[in-house]
Design a binder for this molecule. Structure first.
Ligand code: ZN
Length: 292
């Protein structure tokens, strides 16, 4: 994605990984595979690799800069977390891109996490002398308080909330609160009248999208409200990673109906470049139009 402007705000991206990742049935357990193939054949070829028959899934962080602040939205998987495949890809590219954007750990002011899954909280912390500490020492980290409480409870009761990929809450979230750097908020939170949240539950119980509004323009960081452009064609297809798949589908239908055929710019976390796009009504369903 090229750096884009939303009024006074610029948005760039840091890609941690890119490329084909998951077969259709692995990503969307209830999908009709033949129907999915029909949809994919009519879509931008960047979203699917026909050789491996895998959906292209990107992991990214958005870097949002206002005249006053540097803000990160979602922080990928991070390094030294000990994850196995498919999360054991090299992490240096994220750091290289972060620094290439002229950023230092010290000059990040805010970190938003749309939800507290493994691929959205990783760079929140880093390992220093055997302890997890906030990566960005001067940042406030914005977590929905009930999302935080949900994963705390899941972790404490010994659930396996992150699909066998380690104690994500313990490594990525709890140290932020212990360091006094968390803002535990609800969906009414706003920052400088430029950033506000909308609750978009289903993928996780208190998943939030992050709205960026400046000078009459608006963009929305979608988090995992949808993972792939295929879900515009089939909003009912939720991932196998959703806490409440039906609620996630309901959230998508409502969202698509609200934003179809508007100029609101979508910023999905998991779509391949050029990433940003708009939602259009298309027959009884919807379509994602990438903006190049
Ligand atoms: Zn995700």
């Amino acid at each position: 994605m090229r750096e884009i402007r939303i009024g006074d705000v610029s948005v760039a991206e840091i890609v941690e990984r890119d490329g084909p990742l998951r077969p259709i049935a692995n990503m969307f357990p209830t999908a009709d595979i033949a129907l999915a193939r029909t949809h994919l054949a009519a879509m931008d070829p960047i979203v699917f690799d026909p050789v491996t028959e895998k959906l292209v899934i990107t992991y990214r962080t958005f870097v949002v800069r206002t005249p006053k602040q540097n803000i990160l939205i979602d922080t990928c998987t991070g390094e030294h977390k000990g994850y196995g495949a498919p999360l054991d890809f090299p992490k240096q590219p994220w750091l290289d891109r972060f620094h290439a954007l002229g950023l230092t750990f010290e000059n990040i002011d805010f970190v938003f996490c749309t939800h507290l899954h493994v691929d959205h909280t990783g760079w929140n912390t880093r390992l220093v002398d055997g302890r997890w500490v906030p990566t960005f020492p001067n940042a406030k980290y914005i977590f929905h308080k009930r999302e935080y409480a949900f994963w705390e409870e899941e972790t404490r009761r010994g659930g396996n909330p992150h699909f066998n990929i380690g104690p994500v809450w313990t490594m990525n979230c709890e140290p932020i609160v212990e360091a006094g750097q968390a803002l535990l908020i609800d969906e009414s939170y706003s920052l400088d009248d430029t950033f506000f949240l909308s609750l978009s539950p289903g993928h996780t119980p208190y998943h939030c999208c992050v709205h960026i509004r400046s000078q009459g323009r608006e963009a929305i960081v979608l988090g995992d409200m949808m993972h792939h452009a295929l879900q515009c064609r089939e909003p009912d297809w939720s991932t196998g990673f959703c806490t409440n798949p039906q609620q996630a589908a309901d959230t998508r239908w409502t969202f698509f109906r609200q934003y179809a055929d508007t100029q609101t710019l979508m910023l999905p976390i998991h779509f391949p470049g050029p990433t940003a796009g708009t939602i259009a009504a298309d027959g009884l369903r919807f379509r994602y139009d990438f903006k190049t």
